[in-house]
Write a protein that binds this ligand. Sequence first.
Ligand SMILES: [Fe+2]
Length: 180
Amino acid sequence: MSVPQSARAIRAIATAVAAHADDPAALTRALQVPFGELLALPDLRAKGVPRAGNHVANSFYLYYDGDLSILLFELPKGKRIPAHDHGNWETMGIYSGAVKHTVYERTDDGDVDGKATLRVVDDRTLMPGDTALVAPPADIHSFMATVDGTWGITVAAGTYHAQRSYYDPENGTVVKKKPR
Ligand SMILES: [Fe+2]
């Protein structure tokens, strides 16, 4: 029996994550080929298991083992996902469409309740096949699809904060809340 290309790519991603879990830069390099292969495969929607998304309605598991998750999700055009933190490591890739995506690092020490200052570390329009790293200390991002038919895939390892911080970078404020 031949192994589907999607399964091969997902196994290679899992192997890379296991080998480089403590080194985000090495992990990003090791993921380039298998994540690129996954992002290039057609018909991934048919292989996903529906899930309840945190910020999106149409979301599927491609893989989940309690630590590593690979999720496929639709991003409605024009719906801006506000800047939020994760607490873990994630790489977001574009499957179809286009996404304006900004990654931030928090620069204050959190001493003043409700206040936060952010520094932009990555600000791009991501196109199909492009990826962006969201990992501590820069584990804050905001994004918005700019065209219809935009789908993304995230590869994430570790545990997300149960309570996320949601930031307003323009006004320098932050609130903590559950993501849904
Ligand atoms: Fe996120």
